[in-house]
Design a protein. Structure first.
Length: 335
């Protein structure tokens, strides 16, 4: 039977803290559509985490969170600048364009998923013409698809360049907790020029839920109508908000993220295969040819070949040292 311990942090179960809060929310009657006390408490905890007065909503997937965030920043004839391997370009089946009624995506290069500043400058300097969608937003990801972490200075530099040209800024934080556990200051985000932030829940160890944080309250007008139209304003909204309470009240989200990061470092140190990207958070990307990957699958461990051709091992809050050592023993045997 195949093991999926390292296939994705999505494959891990939900944490005890998240499930306890979910069970606690399942008591008695509550008002619907996000007007309940559980949702209010979760939103307050996110505002405290970020030290920011912002609008907070909860949706059912990262794809919905990203796509709906971008529709608040772009009109249908405009486009979003993003890294060429960003999730919105490679893994969301055109959802930004679908929800945004045609908004485009413009890929930018950069090592380990970080946008190269010179590439952004070049894109921002392009003349507007009638046959090309002009950029209206910049999308950044922290931690990146390769587990790299933008410093506050680097992220602020990219956001500042975009803002100077009148663009909005979206931050995909599907693995924001892992970035924070690696040293990224969450309370700095509000001053970096980010308009809309997605705080990841699922990859952090929650049942399906993501938080959309709108720093620019002007963008929040009719936000609930937009969510309702997209099928992202459920009547029993408290069940999407509740997991954040358990994960944020006593800092569990950062403890679990730090553990996932530590397990990735352990795996990288023991891997007999060359590591292609520096291990900054919970992902390890190794050089491995296809026959060897097939041997790994045959030995019972399932992992994916990633966008740059490397093989990706993702650690989660539930990854154990024993599992790391076991997969590394298998890697040594098939090498």
């Amino acid at each position: 039977m195949a093991r999926y311990d390292f296939a994705s942090d999505n494959a891990a179960p939900a944490t005890p803290e998240a499930m306890a809060s979910l069970a606690a929310a399942n008591s008695g009657y509550a008002s619907g559509y996000g007007t309940d006390a559980t949702t209010a408490r979760a939103a307050d905890l996110i505002r405290a985490l970020l030290d920011a007065d912002a609008e907070v909503r909860f949706v059912g997937s990262g794809t919905a969170a990203n796509a709906l965030s971008l529709t608040a920043l772009c009109r249908p004839f405009e486009a979003v600048l993003a890294h060429e391997h960003a999730h919105i370009l490679t893994d969301e089946a055109g959802a930004p364009g679908f929800f945004g009624q045609g908004l485009g995506l413009i890929p930018l290069p950069g090592a380990s998923g970080r946008i190269e500043p010179a590439a952004l400058d070049l894109a921002l300097a392009q003349a507007e013409v009638s046959y090309r969608q002009p950029p209206a937003a910049l999308s950044l990801t922290n931690a990146t698809e390769y587990g790299a972490v933008y410093s506050g200075e680097a992220l602020g530099g990219l956001a500042g360049a975009a803002k100077a040209k009148g663009l909005g800024v979206h931050l995909d934080g599907a693995r924001l907790a892992n970035a924070a556990a690696a040293g990224f200051d969450l309370k700095a985000i509000k001053a970096l020029g980010v308009d809309v932030l997605v705080v990841g829940g699922t990859k952090s160890g929650m049942p399906p839920t993501e938080a959309v944080v709108v720093f620019d309250r002007g963008l929040a007008r009719r936000l609930d109508v937009r969510l309702k139209q997209a099928g992202q304003l459920p009547s029993k909204a408290r069940f999407m908000a509740a997991p954040f309470i358990g994960m944020l009240e006593d800092g569990a989200v950062l403890r679990h993220a730090a553990h996932a990061n530590a397990m990735a470092r352990r795996l990288a140190e023991r891997s007999p295969f060359p590591v292609r990207h520096a291990v900054e958070t919970n992902g390890v990307f190794v050089e491995m040819d296809e026959p060897t990957l097939q041997r790994l699958h045959a030995a019972g461990w399932f992992v994916y070949r990633f966008l740059d051709g490397s093989v990706r091992f993702m650690c989660s809050w539930a990854t154990t040292a024993e599992a790391v050592d076991s997969v590394c023993e298998t890697l040594a045997a098939i090498r």
